[in-house]
Design a protein. Structure first.
Length: 124
């Protein structure tokens, strides 16, 4: 009878070790899934903050484009419109001025003999 108790105790230990092994495998798969999802969450958080800053910049540009200041700047800069009371100044080109021309000297190639070319090719 004592031998039967000993064998029964061994089977209980084997079953407990099997259960612990299965639990460790399940824990390992859950941990790897957790780490993968955590990294995805960090990437999405960064992307969301980037998109929010882009949205804020675009909303600022839209608000400026809808303002009267933007319309006035466009009219004065691109369409050359003036308000009543503005004095328009139109610069005229000078009549008697001859443009100064700066000529660049073209470099002339130096005459090199064939033996100098071969010497540079093999020894330099």
């Amino acid at each position: 009878m004592p031998k039967f108790k000993h064998i029964k105790r061994q089977w209980v230990y084997i079953v407990l070790i099997l259960i612990l092994f299965i639990m460790v495998l399940g824990l390992n798969s859950r941990l790897s899934e957790y780490l993968r999802l955590s990294s995805q969450k960090e990437e999405m958080t960064e992307r969301i903050s980037s998109l929010q800053s882009t949205q804020m910049a675009l909303e600022t540009q839209i608000a400026y484009a809808d303002s009267d200041k933007a319309v006035e700047e466009w009219a004065r800069t691109y369409e050359r419109m003036v308000l009543p009371g503005d004095q328009v100044i139109i610069p005229l080109p000078a009549q008697d001025v001859t443009p100064e021309i700066n000529y660049l000297a073209t470099p002339t190639p130096a005459d090199i003999e064939n033996w100098q070319i071969w010497w540079d090719l093999f020894f330099k």
